[in-house]
Design a protein around this ligand. Structure first.
Ligand SMILES: *Cc1c(COP(=O)(O)O)cnc(C)c1O
Length: 477
């Protein structure tokens, strides 16, 4: 098979990241200094993503706040970049709160979401951070713990909107009256700022319904004598992984054919990726469908803000928020780090397995480049070793990439990927766009392997600089 006709899943890359990867010796120098494998983060790309979302909001709503959802990546450089840009931050643990504070975030720019226990709530009340309350127990505890004379800023997260799958998070709509009663009776202790929601799916229609519900609740809150001023629409703005939707579709078509026994085998160990095989046909939605998305976060946000609300005579969401003097808050995570991180590993060896497959073994494990149990449908990039190694095969080759754990399941790709030539020991493999959850969500220290170091890469006047993520400092451009 030649490179031109091999199925491929080319990655969309930011120009700055693509230039870094293509700069001879640049990736090799980074791992020579910090070790392989390594995660590389690009705070300038983060800042661009942020500026784009901000531009869409500024063009439409009077008052808004973007809170970077820290949990998407543990990188300090991203937190520093968010701070430098003047936005807020959404933290979901004590450690994330410390990280935000260390980067300079003051309490008025910090929102705390996620499930919180008694110990964390005790630390939060009185500090001035906004607590995005998940449930009635939290709300009662905040009211009980609040120090006299310093009302705790609170958002109430709600869930259970029509047509939305049940969520473990949030106060269900049918219990919101209990929350309002509590809030109305605790005005000296709780500064109720408004309603919040975060949907798992990112489906635009679901979000619009949730917004309409929150607008109704906001009116109910006013009727109860409260004065909410925030509408928090959560995160979930999508990433675009693919550089070529047609190639993506062609790959998936070939994959489906291979599941039916037509053409070359393309999956490891009989994996069907959530497809169902019935009566000689392939049905269902694959687990990896998000990698096919082509609508970026900026467009998703713009379209959301422009959506006419049936509940408000078709007036645009942005207009309704402004008319009601509601600040629009959002908590994007993955949208801000989209294209702002890559992971580099080194090829240790290449082998053939009993079924004739070629398996490329690298020095990291699946959990450090893959969020939870997903299959990442983005081609890795082969970066040849600095010194050309004798014996490198010529021509495209379909391989599976395997990790360094002695577990059968430590396959980094369960789908076949085509590389321009067969890798050899010493080559580097770059996994594109790993910044959102891929690096940090599931990473474990199995077999006592250390977690990969994190390295920040910046470009000034055409020159790349790398430093330890923890040492990153913001410089005014
Ligand atoms: C995870 C999370 C986010 C960020 O979600 P993304 O999909 O990364 O944008 C925002 N808000 C809350 C409450 C979350 O739990």
């Amino acid at each position: 098979m030649t490179a031109a006709v091999s199925p491929g899943l080319p990655a969309k890359m930011h120009a700055l990241v693509a230039e870094f990867v293509a700069t001879p010796g640049a990736v090799e120098a980074a791992v020579a200094e910090f070790g392989s494998p390594a995660h590389l983060v690009f705070p300038q790309v983060f800042a661009e993503n942020l500026a784009r979302l901000r531009g869409q909001l500024a063009a439409r709503v009077a008052e808004f706040r973007i809170c970077y959802a820290h949990k998407v990546n543990q990188s300090r450089a991203f937190v520093v970049a968010a701070h430098a840009a003047g936005v807020g931050i959404d933290v979901a643990s004590r450690a994330e709160l410390d990280s935000a504070t260390a980067a300079g975030f003051t309490p008025d720019r910090i929102e705390v979401t996620g499930p919180k226990g008694e110990a964390l709530l005790r630390e939060l009340v009185g500090t001035g951070v906004t607590i995005n309350v998940d449930n009635l127990w939290e709300l009662e505890r905040v009211a009980a713990l609040a120090p006299p004379g310093r009302p705790v800023p609170v958002l109430v997260r709600v869930s259970g909107f029509a047509g939305t799958p049940v969520s473990r998070f949030g106060v269900p709509l049918h219990r919101v009256d209990a929350a309002l009663t509590l809030l109305a009776g605790a005005r000296e202790r709780i500064d109720f700022r408004g309603f919040a929601f975060h949907l798992d799916s990112g489906e635009p229609a679901e979000r619009v319904r949730a917004v309409e519900s929150c607008l109704v609740l906001t009116e109910r809150a006013y009727a109860a004598g409260l004065s909410p001023s925030v509408l928090n629409i959560g995160g979930g703005f999508r990433q675009v992984f693919t550089a070529d939707a047609t190639a993506f579709d062609a790959y998936v078509h070939a994959l489906r054919e291979s599941l039916l026994g037509r053409g070359e085998p393309m999956t490891w160990g009989g994996n069907t990726f959530g497809f169902q095989l019935e009566n000689g046909a392939v049905h269902g939605t694959p687990v990896f469908h998000k990698y096919a998305n082509t609508v970026d976060a900026e467009r998703m946000l713009a379209e959301l803000l422009d959506t006419g609300l049936d509940s408000h005579g078709g007036r645009a969401l942005a207009q309704v928020a402004s008319e009601n003097l509601l600040q629009v808050w959002l908590e994007p995570g993955k949208a801000l780090v989209d294209h702002a991180g890559i992971t580099v590993a080194r090829v240790e060896f290449v082998k053939e397995t009993a079924d004739g497959s070629t398996v490329v073994n690298v020095d990291l494990s699946r959990d450090t480049v893959t969020p939870a149990d997903q299959e990442v449908m983005v081609d890795p990039i082969l970066v040849p070793a600095a010194a050309p190694v004798a014996g490198a095969n010529r021509g495209a080759v379909g391989v599976f990439v395997a990790g360094r754990l002695c577990l059968e399941r430590d396959l980094i790709t369960n789908h076949k990927v085509w590389l321009p030539r067969c890798p050899v020991p010493g080559d580097l493999i770059v996994f594109p766009n790993t910044g959102a959850y891929h690096m940090d969500l599931s990473a474990a220290r199995a077999s006592m392997h250390a977690l990969p170091p994190k390295v920040a890469v910046t470009q000034r006047s055409g020159t790349f600089r790398v430093c330890r993520d923890g040492d990153y400092r913001h410089e005014v451009a």
